[in-house]
Write a protein that binds this ligand. Sequence first.
Ligand code: PLP
Ligand code: TYF
Length: 397
Amino acid sequence: LFASVELAPRDPILGLNEQFKADTRSNKVNLGVGVYYDDEGRIPLLESVRKAETALLADAAARSYLPIEGIGSYNQGAQKLLLGADAPQIAEGRVLTVQALGGTGALKIGADFLRSLLPQARVAISNPSWENHRALFERAGFPVETYAYYDAETHGLDFEGMKDSLNALPEQSIVVLHACCHNPTGVDPTLAQWQEIASIVKARNLVPFLDIAYQGFGDGLAQDAAVVRLFANANISMLISSSFSKSFSLYGERVGALTLVTASADEATRVLSQVKRVIRTNYSNPPIHGGSVVSRVLNNPELFQLWEDELGGMRDRIREMRHQLVEKLRDRAPDHDFSFVLTQRGMFSYSGLNAEQVEQLRAEHGIYAVSSGRICVAALNSGNIDYVASAIATVLK
Ligand code: PLP
Ligand code: TYF
């Protein structure tokens, strides 16, 4: 039966993790996978999460099946975080949210739903994008192409190229947009540029699928959702996949949500019924624990404040690492200008290192990065940043 099965390639990022684990060097550093580590190099258990879990344990309940769409208070919390608590679209009953297995699960439910709705559509992702975007939409049956995004010369956005690409897409093409903290480049459009993108999306009748996996890691919870609110207020129907994996440091709980902003309450009811059908035929209904924890935090003002402060702490620490990295590279590699690292946002920086230099970092220094040159700034800390800066300076020579 399985004799003809070929070996599939490893996920380029998660595969790197396996390689890192097998490395026996004590000074090894993993700048590959997009995970937030604290200054001691540990994945934190947030205090807000611990408190919510303690409270949950105190009134432990039996575990029946959840509804297909998941925990109601979780879904409401998630949509308020995206659109704002006072969003008119929510009051009008035009927004629906379903609990999903992480941001990835949300993308997959959305992709499967869109595939039955728009079987002829193509999908456009940014060049470059998170590796799994292409794979996931291709698996769902779509042809996937890219739109211009990153300008390697300026280490910034190729905005003219991006607009040209979007303008050239056929109507009803699905456009996957990173709402904030672009993975892998760390380069985001400005709000004024998002406004222009919204105009194109509207004029060209494109279908925006906003992916937001790092809300709170850019400028703050509300600020990072600005594009979601901008699109909603422009009356654009859209899909939004959101993830709490990073913002709650709950990677293994698979906490995400798919939110759809529709044109009317009636439309929302019909869309929800179809989205539930996709879920039912995939995994029936989501798990309880992670969603319950997040729901507690989102719906309890004290816990929410604590979480927002903790998230702010993570954001500030990453910024501090960006500053220190730029400073240390200025000392050690004065011929190279790394100041662009300061304008990039979120967990990642496209460092400009090439595949050869990345390989040299791994082989000679035990420092792991993605071959594209993407480094996870959130994995730097006061104990490893000097070592990393010196190693980068060495491979630049
Ligand atoms: N989308 C982007 C852009 C990501 O970087 C990630 C990272 O993991 C995801 C989606 C998936 O999130 P999750 O880990 O919650 O599935
Ligand atoms: O880009 C990253 O590193 C994170 C984690 O298949 C990740 O988004 C990477 C690959 C993958 C799933 C998650």
